[in-house]
Design a protein. Structure first.
Lengths: 201, 165
């Protein structure tokens, strides 16, 4: 019973809204009058509301972003040549709830703003957390300082990551990647894993 | 018949409820967006900015648009996410942008030794006004621009210190 009622309410609400909109449209065909102004005003109001809600949700809870480039290759964008066409790129869900506590685990895939250009966002995997020891060809044995992390791409050959710019502050992290949602045949969870190529002591 | 009457009554009540909660949700969203993208009040305290800001606590108005547009410059007091603890925010003054070379005393209370270095790309050099009691770029190195949260506009509390910084 309740179920039906809710549905009723929604249908009622929306159909009325649509009808109203159409009526106004028909009215407005005559020329610019009070109705048009009203209609436009309502439209902008709706757009702004929608924008505010969208922005809040994407800031606080989750958002969907496209992944460009092949630096995370077996995990995202496995086919190198397709990364230019926007529809064949992978789209992923980024959850923001982890930003309340900044608690990350080894192997999480995170979005962070690049330390060399803050307008650019990168996606990489966390391979070491504060206190861990990392050794790489460029930096010999670095202890990750407090509040920092070490990020690396899954495609080691094509990735610009902590191996060139060093550990990054956790404050730059903008979210954790949880699922792939597009293209349809690649929908699925993003697994947490630790690459073997790194030497941890 | 009676049941239907009840139902319609209930329906209108539910409708009211939905509208009410929608209004509240919209208001909260507006609040979030203003707080995060336009201005927000922030309470700061501590000795690191001493002549400029009080030890016991000031309330500042922080504006978030200029870091997004990249319009912060040397001399601005900024709110920064602390590089060694992402849950903490600190207020410091920018002393050098990317490409600038900065000279600083390594340990002002004990010696006059100084160092000069160049700020790398995408980073800024921040320092507290009280060089004797401030943990800043002198210990942590230049910090990435992405950590800047906002630029301090005005002080609103205490009342005698009201005004721009």
């Amino acid at each position: 019973m309740t179920c039906l009622l809710w549905k009723d309410i929604f249908v009622d609400f929306y159909s009325r809204k649509f009808l109203l909109g159409f009526e106004q449209c028909a009215d407005d065909l005559g020329g610019l009058n009070m109705g048009t102004v009203n209609f436009l005003w309502n439209l902008t109001k709706n757009y702004i509301t929608f924008g505010l809600i969208g922005l809040t949700v994407s800031d606080r809870y989750a958002s969907i972003v496209p992944v460009g480039g092949i630096s995370m290759s077996p995990t995202f964008n496995p086919h190198d040549d397709s990364s230019k066409r926007s529809l064949t790129r992978d789209f992923v869900v980024v959850e923001k709830l982890c930003l309340e506590k900044y608690k990350f685990s080894l192997g999480d895939v995170v979005v962070f703003s690049s330390p060399t250009n803050h307008k650019e966002k990168n996606i990489k995997r966390i391979t070491a957390l504060p206190g861990d020891l990392v050794s790489t060809p460029h930096y010999d044995a670095v202890v990750i300082p407090e509040g920092h992390c070490w990020v690396e791409g899954d495609n080691q050959a094509w990735s610009l990551d902590s191996r060139s710019f060093g550990p990054i502050p956790l404050g730059l992290v903008r979210g954790r990647v949880t699922h792939i949602v597009w293209p349809p045949h690649r929908v699925g969870k993003v697994e947490r894993m630790t690459p073997k190529s790194l030497t941890h002591f | 018949m009676r049941v239907l009457q009840y139902l319609s009554q209930w329906k209108s009540k539910a409708k009211d409820g939905i509208q009410q909660s929608l209004r509240i949700a919209k208001f909260l969203c507006l609040l979030h967006v203003t707080n995060n993208y336009i201005v927000s009040p922030v309470m700061v305290y501590g000795p690191s900015m001493l002549p400029t800001l009080n030890l016991t606590g000031d309330v500042l108005l922080v504006e978030h648009l200029s870091p997004l547009l990249g319009k912060v410059g040397p001399g601005d007091v900024v709110l920064v996410k602390s590089p060694d603890n992402p849950r903490k925010t600190v207020t410091k003054r920018i002393l050098g942008m990317e490409g600038d070379s900065v000279t600083f005393l390594t340990d002002p209370s004990r010696s006059d030794r100084y160092r000069t270095l160049k700020v790398p790309k995408g980073h800024v050099w921040i320092q507290g006004d009280n060089i004797y009691a401030s943990k800043d770029s002198r210990q942590l190195g230049p910090i990435p621009c992405g950590l800047i949260l906002g630029k301090v506009l005005y002080r609103v509390w205490p009342p005698e210190g009201l005004g721009s910084l």
